[in-house]
Design a protein around this ligand. Sequence first.
Ligand code: SAM
Length: 184
Amino acid sequence: NYPARSVYKLKEIDNRFHIFENGQRVLDLGAAPGSWTLFSAKKVGPEGYVLGVDIQTTETEFPENVTFLQADVFEDSPELMAAMEKHLPYDLIISDMAPKTIGVRFADQANSLELCERAKELIPRRLKVGGHFIVKIFDSSDVKGYTDSLRKMFGKVKNFKPKSSREESIELFIVALGFRGIEG
Ligand code: SAM
């Protein structure tokens, strides 16, 4: 049983793109209440590892291969940096982060993009070459620019709107496969 319905979106992404494998290390950003974390932990198995990070806490109980850390991704707190360093490199960085929506579409989109930019900043030195990056973004005219920036870093980049995402929701997911590593 999963604490949030958002798990279906990750299942759909995995069914389509086959991102998970046994033994992987996963960095899960915006992890509370913990559905993606639990699903990832199951997919990677006891040999794998999942670090879930969220600004909010959660009551969800996780298996032994999970660490859940309450932290703001915009603050480079020593705890967050240390937790991220501990299991390098990651095979997957997944972000379901979303801003608190205020109902002003322009602001919500801008805040979502900032979270996506922050998630992208965490890729170099932390994501394994060949690793994958999945990120939720609120649709806007900025999505193309953001997607294009990922195309320079990854072998293949796709936009994906899960069926389980509510019809009226402006969220979509960018699936970036095959990290090329840091250039230069
Ligand atoms: N994937 C989660 C699951 O399956 O249970 C649901 C994630 S929920 C849609 C989005 C999350 O992003 C919220 O829990 C929110 O607290 C988190 N978030 C928003 N801003 C954040 C930040 N600056 N740092 C860390 N987490 C953040």
